[in-house]
Design a protein around this ligand. Structure first.
Ligand code: CUA
Length: 351
């Protein structure tokens, strides 16, 4: 008895730690356990069904095992051989029928959800269409009906069905917004996968690349920002407004010759790399240098955006190893500061 108590005492801190770790998961935005939209709720429902059924099986099987081990153990001094039993129709039917029933309970809603979640909204006039293109290591979002393109931050109107077509520009990535929807692979070779989701509530939902795609795979984050439909319309209109070059001619020249060769702002520049229009309003720089205050999710002081931009432009390799921007340009300290300042002020007023 004493020994058993010792064992429990030793196990207790481990249990406490498990509770902490699991609780921390629930608070994270990158969690499937705190669904924020109908698609994620349906998936969470399946998870709960499976966990409850499996939990019941574990409890029943362990209870029977312990009962048998204790009740039928060999008593001291008992040398007799127990009665030998072979086959029992009753038991065999019970342990065949129960699993079949459990599999039906699991299988019916699973198959139902598989069909529900495979619905194709690409031709639905009420859905907002977005073409997602993954790149090492960033995300491009194109709204073909609105004629706009952005990067890293997928802005959507609340309540609307968002119809996603996902493809890749290079290797295999996977598009995943845990609190809103399941993941979908972006496969090389020109194939396009589709999915849908919606976010009834306003908010920022973290997304991540869920397929190993290179040294910065773990840093390939994006955000889904759900805003009310009027703000969404203002956002898509603001994104199409022309943007002025930096007012300082030297900075403007550097920005045009070193940045706009690949990036676009407004109607200027090349489309190959992340569109920078409104970058000063984004939640992060490069997807991972966070611009917002952790407590209230409000924009921090403008300095944070500037500092993050400066850090990124100065040495992108230190932020996202293996990214295609590293070593593509050389800028003087003055030019880096000027461009970081210009970009930090490149905001979109739509909320
Ligand atoms: Cu892209 Cu992992």
């Amino acid at each position: 008895m004493m020994k058993r108590w010792q064992f429990v005492k030793r196990l207790a801190p481990l249990m406490a730690m498990m509770v902490l770790v699991l609780a921390a998961c629930g608070r994270e935005d990158l969690s499937t356990l705190n669904p924020q939209g109908p698609v994620a709720e349906e998936q969470f429902g399946l998870m709960k069904t499976a966990i409850i059924i499996m939990g019941l099986v574990i409890v029943v099987v362990f209870a029977i095992s312990f009962y048998v081990i204790i009740r039928f153990r060999r008593r001291p001094g008992d040398k007799t051989i127990p009665k030998q039993v072979e086959g029992s129709h009753k038991l065999e039917i019970i342990w065949t029928v129960i699993p079949i029933i459990l599999l039906i309970i699991l299988g019916v809603p699973t198959v139902q959800s598989v069909f529900n979640l495979a619905k194709d909204y690409r031709d639905d006039p009420d859905a907002v269409k977005v073409i997602v293109t993954s790149h090492q290591y960033w995300w491009e979002f194109e709204y073909p009906e609105l004629g706009i393109k952005t990067a890293q931050e997928l802005v959507i109107p609340t309540g609307k069905t968002i119809s996603i077509e996902a493809k890749t520009a290079d290797v295999l990535h996977s598009f995943w917004i845990p609190s809103l929807a399941g993941k979908i692979d972006t496969n090389p070779g020109g194939n396009v996968n589709f999915m849908y989701f919606s976010a009834p509530k306003e908010g920022v939902y973290l997304g991540k690349c869920a397929e190993l795609c290179g040294p910065s795979h773990g840093l390939m984050d994006f955000k889904v920002k759900s805003v009310d439909p009027a703000s969404f319309d203002r956002w898509s209109a603001a994104l199409q407004e022309p943007v002025a070059l930096p007012s300082d001619p030297a900075i403007a020249a550097a920005f045009e010759s070193k940045c706009l060769t690949c990036h676009a702002v407004g109607d200027m520049g090349g489309p190959a790399f992340p569109n920078l229009t409104g970058i000063g309003s984004r939640e992060s720089v490069g997807g991972i240098l966070v611009n917002v205050d952790a407590d209230d999710q409000k924009y921090d002081h403008e300095d944070t955006v500037y500092n993050n931009l400066y850090k990124w432009i100065k040495d992108p390799e230190s932020v996202k190893p293996g990214n295609l921007m590293s070593n593509q340009y050389d800028l003087t300290e003055e030019e880096i500061k000027g461009i970081a300042e210009y970009l930090s002020e490149l905001t979109l007023d739509y909320e």
